[in-house]
Design a protein around this ligand. Structure first.
Ligand code: GDP
Ligand code: MG
Length: 162
């Protein structure tokens, strides 16, 4: 079986957009309304000649009660099957309580985590990305899933962690 790379994070941070960027096609469902991705969706893909399964996650209604619990549950399921986790944070918004609860799940799992500081659409966003060092997960990899900025370096880091 191929190694599994799971993309986790709270709703609307750009997980599905990043998955599409990595796949190089529109396969994952991206919506301005958060919560569209159904549960977990797996795609087979490759980078630098190495094949892996990419797992997109999501699917809860962020307005529902108990969102933090649902995010934690989703992250736990994804992390359990993952060899490496891409943890996506919206660097414009910064780290929220929901992000912090995902961090706790990731720490407990002991799995390698690559931190994606998403929505860094231009050089002015680099400072926002650097602020995410505070999460204690190592280097925040500044990316713009929307425009492709930094996605190659992110994938190199993912393969290094595999
Ligand atoms: P998900 O819920 O984490 O899967 O997030 P989506 O991929 O559905 O994206 C949520 C919203 O964020 C959409 O409106 C995306 O277009 C937007 N988005 C995603 N990545 C970026 C990015 O790098 N820059 C900007 N400006 N917007 C982004
Ligand atoms: Mg999604």
């Amino acid at each position: 079986p191929l190694p599994v790379v799971a993309v986790v994070g709270r709703p609307n941070v750009g997980k599905s957009t990043l998955v599409n960027r990595i796949l190089g096609r529109r396969a994952a469902v991206v919506e301005d309304v958060p919560g569209v991705t159904r549960d977990r969706v797996a795609y087979e893909t490759a980078w630098a000649g190495r094949a892996f399964t990419l797992l997109d996650t999501g699917g809860w209604n962020p307005d529902a009660q108990g969102m933090a619990a649902r995010i934690t549950e989703q992250a736990e399921m994804a992390v359990a099957t993952a060899d490496v986790v891409i943890f996506v944070v919206d660097s414009v918004v910064g780290a929220t309580d929901a992000d912090e609860s995902v961090v706790r799940v990731l720490r407990r799992s002991g799995k390698p985590v690559v931190l994606a500081a998403n929505k860094v659409d231009g050089p002015s966003g680099e400072a926002d990305a650097a602020a995410l060092w505070n999460l204690g997960l190592g280097e925040p990899h500044a990316v713009s899933a929307l425009h492709g900025r930094g996605s190659g370096d992110l994938l190199d880091a993912v393969l290094d962690a595999l």
